[in-house]
Design a protein around this ligand. Structure first.
Ligand SMILES: Nc1ncnc2c1ncn2[C@@H]1O[C@H](COP(=O)(O)OP(=O)(O)OP(=O)(O)O)[C@@H](O)[C@H]1O
Length: 305
């Protein structure tokens, strides 16, 4: 329960739903983001991330539910320069230089951050005279990030900001972001990349078909499937092996079968390894620590919900 006099949440979305024809893009989603949090919004294509972000920014009207940013409507929060946005594309004049672009956008704001500071934050020193058309994808995104920071916003929202960048450009972009987050900005970013959520988000929200299927500290989520054991089984072996494994099963085990292998997830897998290794013709036992990607895959196939 939120207390009176508490600092307002950076974002409070309650029971948001939005359909396009038969498609329920966002289905009864509620999320609260406290100030200072760094949150990844992870989901497959079409999960509803962009629709949710557009609603949070007031760019789309939800069919039901409401959003508050720092206790204001999205429109009021943006008018008060509380929110900065970085999109994947659009919004840049290709013929202008980096410096002129920043100057022009700064002129729209009452109290912009100094140009030199923006250039320094986004590591654009070498590029200030370069025309936007000549910038690489990663450099353009750093320029978009600088533009989003002009008003010194408390909340930064990024919609798949690194799509299409190579690994080093992604790393450079996130380094800038991480530094900004350390300064106390609240950051919400949508991504397809598990590594970005693992490396940069304290909390990860996973969306699937318009719904939130997980919302937890990123470490907790990663550890949800503490271990994973996989072994190849002989053709047709499942019929005999399944009852044996079921007989020894621990309550937290999750077992997945395909024609050639079986995977068991859980905290204590010694018994599973014994049963499987004692079965004739099983081979190639693999034991791995789960990654966020494993947890995500399990969430997508419904194993963890
Ligand atoms: N303007 C629209 N008209 C019709 N359908 C739409 C519209 N916008 C989104 N959708 C549909 O709503 C669903 C959610 O789309 P959304 O773009 O929010 O997902 P996403 O998670 O951002 O996907 P991606 O990672 O591919 O950007 C999809 O099925 C999409 O096709």
């Amino acid at each position: 329960m939120r207390q009176e006099n508490q600092v307002p949440a950076a974002m409070c979305a309650r029971n948001i739903s939005k359909s396009f024809g038969d498609v329920r893009a966002v289905n009864d989603v509620s999320v609260t983001v406290e100030q200072g949090e760094i949150i990844a919004l992870l989901g497959e294509n079409g999960a509803g991330k962009t629709t949710l972000i557009d609603i949070v920014l007031g760019l789309q009207k939800p069919d039901s539910g409401d959003v508050k940013l720092f206790d204001f409507t999205p429109h009021e929060a943006i008018q008060r320069s509380l929110v900065g946005v970085v999109n994947q594309s659009g919004g840049l004049a290709l013929d202008s230089t980096v410096e002129k672009t920043l100057s022009l956008f700064s002129s729209f704001h009452r109290a912009p951050l100094p140009l030199e500071q923006l250039i320094e934050i986004a590591h654009l020193e070498e590029l200030r005279k370069r025309r936007v058309v000549k910038l690489s994808g990663g450099e353009r995104q750093r320029l978009r990030l600088a533009l989003a920071l002009i008003s010194d916003p408390l909340l930064l929202i990024l919609d798949e900001p690194t799509t299409g960048m190579d690994a080093s450009a992604r790393q450079e972009f996130w380094q800038v972001m991480a530094d900004e987050a350390k300064r106390g900005r609240t950051v919400l970013f949508a991504t397809h990349y598990f590594a970005e959520a693992e490396d940069y988000a304290q909390r990860t929200i996973v969306m699937k078909r318009g719904r939130i299927v997980a919302d937890a500290p990123t470490d907790t989520l990663r550890n949800q499937a503490a271990g994973r054991l996989q072994i190849d089984i002989p053709w047709g072996g499942r019929a005999e092996l399944e009852p044996l494994l079921t007989h020894h099963a621990h309550s937290d085990w999750q077992v997945f079968w395909d024609e050639k292998s079986v995977s068991v997830m859980g905290a204590d897998l010694d018994d599973a390894a014994r049963v499987l290794l004692n079965f004739p013709e099983t081979k190639n036992l693999r034991v791995t620590r789960s990654s966020l990607e494993d947890v995500f895959t399990d969430l997508m196939r419904g194993a963890l919900v």
